[in-house]
Design a protein around this ligand. Structure first.
Ligand code: PLP
Length: 413
């Protein structure tokens, strides 16, 4: 893959014949840390190819906030994605890894003036807004910016909603466009976000129809940004392919090929969720007795070395259970800090674990390591980027013509 040089990053290589779980085993024997392993290359390239095959009209701008591990940014950059940055630091990171400013959208409607000035001085032009105050700030700090109006859309089908905090109502769009014109600002497009982990593909169709209404009242708009909200987990209740099919139909209906509108998206979770596996250590254990249907039974309380204040704030009470034939117990899993809110799950079914054992959690790449704090002095997870092979001719056939460097990535077995 052109442009991605593993030497530039801290990358481990998987021994021939070894598995990712062998690597994790070795690492956790070596260290008593929380370890997050990313099989970045295989996962990211695979996701990129699936995206291109299913949404050929939509250019992805990866949402850096979701996971800012440099190897992730480096690989996606080499594949040719753009980047959605939400702050000066995220713009700085992307630029420092060689991303050019024309591949960045500053996709936060609430910006500090100093961050807007930073974007201007570093050549980042595209940015979103949803209110008049923001327009005034942009007029003062970056009058030549290319602006994208973020509208509110129905996010009731999302696991995490965003539209009470962000977006302008359709009713207010006309006033905002008029104000932008009075300030001499250049509005180039419309964006929305249907909320994270959207469970109903029809939300995208409705949002695309809503965006069309803004295009109908404004002259010269040329960009539609359909945001994020795509799951990255193959077992999610709505398949990516189904969401993509609904989006493609809606685009054909409301923004047909040849209409002169460029379509972009801001996927975060989609790219990284399945690329990381988190290993947490059981550091303490208590067994309590509870009645279940009138019969006393043992309930396990485990204390692990990562939690709500670490990488796992988004995964609270995710239903978890282990497969296998051993007896399983109702288990409560607590994080390591002194706060009683630091609980990962109230009830999952697990075989009995001993202090010192490790729990491996797959699909932990999204909104995990980037949210970790060192509250109470507990160390953040250490991220190991692991380069696994891609096999020629497996999943890497891409119908989209503009995929730079992909074939160079494939024969690395
Ligand atoms: N774009 C914006 C403006 C966001 O706020 C978010 C997430 O909060 C994303 C993109 C990424 O969303 P997701 O991870 O659901 O794809």
């Amino acid at each position: 893959m052109d442009g991605f040089d593993p030497e530039q990053y801290d990358v481990d290589f998987l021994d021939r014949g070894g598995t990712v779980h062998d690597f994790i085993d070795n690492k956790i024997k070596e260290l008593s840390l929380v370890v997050s392993i990313t099989t970045f290359l295989y996962n990211l390239v695979k996701k990129y190819v699936i995206w291109c095959n299913n949404l050929p009209r939509v250019k992805p701008f990866y949402a850096v906030k979701c996971n800012d591990t440099p190897t992730v940014i480096g690989v996606l950059s080499a594949l040719g994605t753009g980047f959605d940055c939400a702050s000066k630091a995220e713009i700085q990171l992307a630029l420092s890894l060689g991303v050019t400013p024309d591949r960045i959208i500053y996709a936060h409607t609430i910006k500090a003036e100093s961050h807007i000035k930073y974007a201007r001085t570093h050549g980042v032009q595209m940015m979103t807004f949803d209110n008049q105050e923001e327009l005034s700030k942009i007029a003062r700090c970056h009058a030549r910016a290319k602006l994208v109006l973020r509208i509110t859309v129905d996010d009731s089908k999302a696991v995490r909603r965003l539209n009470t905090k962000f977006g302008a109502s359709l009713d207010s769009a006309g006033r905002l466009l008029q104000r932008a014109g009075e300030l001499g600002l250049d509005v180039v497009g419309v964006s929305f976000h249907v909320g994270c982990q959207c469970t109903d593909s029809r939300a995208y169709r409705q949002a695309i129809a809503d965006a069309r209404q803004v295009f109908n009242i404004a002259v010269g708009l040329s960009l539609l940004d359909i945001g994020g909200g795509f799951s990255g987990n193959e077992n999610f209740k709505v398949k990516f392919e189904e969401v993509a099919a609904t989006i493609n139909l809606a685009l054909d209906d409301f923004f047909p090929v040849g209409c002169g509108v460029q379509i972009i998206a801001e996927p975060g979770r989609y790219y990284v969720e399945s690329a990381f596996t988190l290993a947490v250590n059981v550091i303490a254990k208590k067994v309590i007795m509870e009645e279940a249907e009138g019969v006393p039974d043992r309930v396990m309380m485990y204390y692990v070395n990562d939690g709500v204040y670490g990488s796992l704030s988004f995964l609270i009470n995710d239903p978890t259970s282990a497969e296998g034939s051993e007896r399983r117990y109702r288990s409560v899993i607590w994080g390591p800090t002194c706060d009683s809110l630091d609980k990962l799950t109230d009830s999952c079914l697990l075989p009995e674990l001993q202090v010192g054992e490790w729990l491996l959690m797959d699909n932990t790449g999204a909104y995990t390591v980037c949210l970790a704090t060192d509250f109470n002095g507990f160390e953040k997870a250490h991220v190991y980027s692991l380069k696994t092979s891609l096999h020629r001719g497996t999943t890497c056939t891409c119908r989209h013509k503009d995929v730079p460097g992909l074939l160079a990535a494939a024969p690395e077995s």
